[in-house]
Design a binder for this molecule. Structure first.
Ligand code: ZN
Length: 132
């Protein structure tokens, strides 16, 4: 298992982490199997999709539209981040990618992304490679 620390820059952020996943794969010496990408946080998520500034803004706009911060959520009475918990719940805190011939199997426009909903914070990224 490999761990990385990631600093998110804003309350909402999209951080590309593909290079870290590929580094962990390389260090594992495993060529074929599965790669689990996980973040042990309740207000962030892991996604796989295109990374480009405008679409990253669109992801955040969509999340704010569907799960508006400060929309009367009960948990906001405690720490003002209910929207972040719900976004993390919906998008999910892990993803699994296939590993074949020493390479992550992914499409041209598929990057591994950490989505921040309650930053800026230091986030932990956990990568576990399984296989032979
Ligand atoms: Zn909370």
């Amino acid at each position: 298992m490999k761990e990385y620390n990631i600093e998110s820059r804003n309350r909402f952020d999209v951080v590309k982490i593909t290079h870290l996943v590929e580094e962990a794969v390389k260090e594992s010496k495993i060529a074929n199997g599965l790669v689990l990408v996980f973040t042990p946080h309740a207000t962030a998520a892991i996604a796989i999709n295109e990374y480009e500034p405008r679409i990253s803004d669109d992801y955040i706009s969509w999340i704010k539209r569907v799960i508006p911060p400060g929309a009367g959520w009960k948990h906001d009475e405690i720490d003002d981040n209910a929207h972040a918990h719900i976004a993390s719940l919906v998008i999910g805190q892990s993803k699994v990618l296939p590993l074949s011939g020493g390479r992550l199997v992914r499409g041209t426009w598929q990057e591994v992304l950490l989505l921040e909903f309650d930053g800026p914070r230091r986030r932990t990224l956990v990568i576990q490679v399984y296989g032979l």
